[in-house]
Design a protein around this ligand. Structure first.
Ligand code: HAM
Length: 431
């Protein structure tokens, strides 16, 4: 059957992107740094599936949130299950935590993860429909020291990645259910007086979930939400003390912070401490959050477990990479000196291919361009790749069991018996 051709090559979906080779050295750096940071604080890795029951996110992230209401990738499977591509880590990790009896582990349980997440958002700089996060969660402690500790993990992570300039820690408290009741009353009253200026969604939210109006991204709502009463001014005594202690612990470890009462975060499960570390531009304006998180002491209970205090954060890898590429020093790849294998003529190419295979596990940084026929073309590539040595095998060398060893810096050549070549190459590379 003749397949129907695309009239032009297909493109990646809107808001989704390829991570190209030039970016990969930054991703490698993150992949290498992550387990080191995790080890320094005693976190253990977990990987959860990309797909979960849709209900998991509805009940935790919250029905009225943008993530659940507008941004989830959902579908019904062949077995008629309603599933969602995970839009965030926390709900999945708490699900896995309960499912695998981790609530019986000695506390605190510290868990981290890394991987892709999916949100059908309006794409813009630093906002993608598939993005990746590093995620850290601590279970089993309600002490405010742990709130300061998780923020320290975030700051330390960014420092270890080399993001030291133009970041700022923003922190607030959104209290507990007790402090929220009178606050929500005040808020509804305020928004009712400004109803005409709110977007259509927020008018609906006013009935269903007025707190969500505070994180509306519509420009029309912003001036109204900016002036709305702040939850931080309505904290009960216990939440107030918790917040004050968190701040004092931050001061103990010299972490400078700014209290930002407008920090509400776009997920329903938080209580008490919420925080972000934001990247700023040269003028000092906040660009976007490099990481964000908070306490979620009620989440395990919502999922049918016991009450387990917990706190964590997620950090957007694409944003970290952008920062590394834009502002920080270019990552230098510390490449070992290269050895280029050259083969020409039918037999020469065969023996060169064999030599390449034999040297693969020797630790030598090998390159070749054996798919080309002429020796000249292959040496040109060797030059381009800044090879230190070339090992050349033609018809004659193949028959004599020898290899021409060429010093690419000075252009000198010598003939070496095939069985002595590894020793000789190693000797030359030491120079
Ligand atoms: P979040 O604030 O939705 O929190 O996301 C955490 C971080 O992921 C953000 O600060 C940002 O760096 C990055 N991020 C989020 N959405 C996008 C996007 N569309 N494109 C690029 N980067 C993005 C959470 O997801 C919570 N689960 C964090 C948490 C963990 N709270 C407690 N534990």
């Amino acid at each position: 059957m003749i397949k129907k051709r695309f009239s032009k090559p297909p493109l990646a979906l809107r808001g989704m992107r390829d991570i190209l080779p030039k970016e990969q050295i930054y991703w490698d750096k993150i992949r290498k740094t992550l387990p080191k940071v995790a080890k320094d604080f005693g976190f253990k890795r977990i990987d959860t599936p990309l797909l979960e029951q849709m209900e998991l996110f509805k009940r935790t992230v919250g029905e009225g949130t943008d993530i659940v209401e507008k941004e989830m990738y959902t579908f019904i499977t062949k077995g008629k299950e309603k599933v969602a591509l995970r839009p965030e880590f926390t709900a999945s990790i708490v699900r896995a935590f309960l499912e695998n009896g981790m609530d019986r582990w000695p506390k605190p349980v510290k868990i981290y993860s890394m991987g892709p997440l999916f949100r059908y958002e309006r794409p813009q700089e630093g906002r993608y429909r598939q993005h990746h996060q590093l995620d850290f969660e601590i279970f089993g402690r309600k002490d405010p020291l742990v709130d300061a500790q998780i923020i320290l993990v975030g700051a330390y992570l960014l420092k270890k990645l080399g993001i030291t300039k133009r970041t700022k820690i923003l922190i607030s408290s959104i209290g507990c259910l007790e402090c929220r009741k009178p606050y929500i009353k005040k808020l509804v009253e305020y928004f009712k007086n400004h109803k005409s200026g709110l977007c259509k969604d927020c008018k609906n939210r006013l009935k269903k979930n007025p707190l969500r109006i505070l994180d509306c991204k519509e420009a029309a709502c912003e001036p109204i939400t900016n002036k709305a009463p702040k939850l931080i001014d309505s904290l009960c005594q216990e939440c107030h003390n918790h917040f004050k202690k968190t701040l004092s612990y931050l001061e103990e470890v010299n972490l400078k912070y700014e209290i930002d009462p407008s920090l509400v975060r776009g997920l329903d499960y938080y209580n008490r401490t919420v925080f972000e570390i934001v990247a700023r531009d040269k003028e000092g304006n906040n660009k976007y959050a490099l990481l964000g998180g908070g306490r979620y002491d009620g989440l395990a209970e919502i999922l049918g477990g016991k009450q387990i205090p917990a706190i964590g954060f997620g950090s957007g890898i694409e944003r970290i990479v952008t920062e590394l590429m834009q502002n920080q020093k270019k990552e230098k790849v510390k490449e070992k000196k290269r050895v280029f294998i050259v083969g020409f003529g039918e037999l020469g190419k065969k023996k060169a291919f064999q030599l390449f295979n034999d040297l693969l596990s020797s630790g030598i940084n090998l390159r070749e361009s054996l798919g080309r026929d002429s020796i000249k073309a292959q040496l040109k590539v060797a030059d381009k790749e800044k090879a230190r040595l070339a090992l050349i095998i033609g018809q004659k060398e193949a028959l004599d069991e020898t290899v021409i060893l060429r010093d690419m810096q000075i252009g000198s050549q010598e003939i070496i018996p095939r069985d002595k070549i590894l020793k000789q190459v190693k000797k030359m590379l030491r120079k």
